[in-house]
Design a binder for this molecule. Structure first.
Ligand code: ATP
Ligand code: MG
Length: 307
């Protein structure tokens, strides 16, 4: 049976793993940290949640996993409302925030086994999972060492292993790679991508690392001052800003930059330059990066707010 379009979109939203509707948070001191944001994500999406310091990213994560109560609007995470049934949300989600709670006097492995036991994972299975994640995050040798001796990066990787131990369907990761070296960052990204692709885990990733976000995320939300400025795939976000394409042409006289609205305009531009006598040595076209889009949209809004 084909549902009418209006109902079909509601139905799809019901099936999505993360559904946020008009979510608003006003803190006790009157600060409006989130202003009616809405978004909906299906299973297996890696959502890059971007925005400047103080935009409201962590607030969103805390509301979505029941650590805070909303002032308005709602969330449904795998069909459960974190404000009313946080235990159901916790059972299905892994949440990595800035301050992960673990035990300094236990080893890395013991920490993982402790959290696995809290979630009711059988011991043998817990040990198998713990060893798998320690290996994937290059922590195998550290598994037998007390957490007290871990470096910041090692702790951060162990925190990720900890939130994976109960095999969550949804992962909220707040800056999971902020203190990591490039090699560890790559490892964490590989883990994120394989969880989404192979196991259909939905990943909500707050990050300031736009270059990495562009590489691994399948969809993006751009938050500023508590408002969702844009939400979509890279292609959709590119379509929202102009110019569409930046072309750099190297001639005998140097390099010139041009802004065109589509790739199809490149041949005509090159022909015109040739007919004007230019000697062309190279042409490269670049689409706006996530970083270009980020600055364009946040600057536009800053301008609107001032006017
Ligand atoms: N407990 C609180 N009481 C009052 N205001 C708060 C509280 N927590 C956060 N805020 C304010 O809410 C806004 C959003 O903060 P939030 O931590 O969600 O931002 P963020 O996007 O995660 O920033 P960052 O990139 O720095 O981590 C900020 O203005 C912050 O000062
Ligand atoms: Mg934050």
């Amino acid at each position: 049976m084909l549902l009418p379009k209006r109902l079909r979109s509601s139905y799809n939203q019901l099936m999505d793993t993360i559904v946020i509707k008009e979510l608003t948070k006003i803190y006790q001191d009157g600060k409006k940290a989130l202003d009616s944001i809405s978004l909906s994500l299906p299973a297996g999406e890696i959502y890059g949640f971007l925005g400047p310091n103080g935009a409201g990213k962590t607030t969103t994560v805390k509301l979505a996993c029941g650590m805070l109560l909303p002032s308005g609007g709602s969330c449904l995470i795998t069909g459960a409302d974190p404000a009313r049934e946080p235990h159901r949300v916790h059972a299905r989600c892994g949440v990595l925030t800035e301050h992960a709670q673990m035990y300094d006097q236990l080893t890395g492995l013991e920490n993982l086994l402790f959290y696995a036991a809290l979630f009711g994972v059988p011991q043998d299975e817990a040990r198998r999972r713990a060893q798998r994640w320690l290996a994937e995050l290059a922590l195998s040798d550290a598994g037998e060492k007390k957490l007290a001796s871990y470096s910041t990066g090692m702790r951060q990787k162990l925190s990720l292993a900890r939130v994976l131990i109960h095999e969550p369907e949804v992962l909220f990761l707040d800056e999971p790679t902020s203190g990591l070296d490039p090699e560890s960052t790559q490892k964490v990204h590989n883990v994120i991508q394989s969880l989404a692709r192979e196991s259909g885990v939905t990943i909500f990733l707050c990050t300031h690392q736009l270059k990495y976000a562009q590489e691994i995320c399948t969809r993006f939300g751009l938050l500023d001052n508590g408002r969702l400025l844009a939400d979509g795939t890279l292609k959709e976000l590119r379509a929202r800003i102009s110019p569409g394409i930046r072309v750099s042409i190297q001639t005998g006289a140097g390099t010139s930059e041009f802004s065109l609205s589509a790739r199809e305009e490149i041949p005509a531009l090159v022909s015109r330059l040739v007919s004007e006598g230019a000697q062309i040595y190279g042409v490269s076209a670049t689409l706006p990066s996530l970083e270009d889009i980020y600055f364009k949209l946040t600057e536009e809004t800053a301008g609107e707010d001032r006017s």
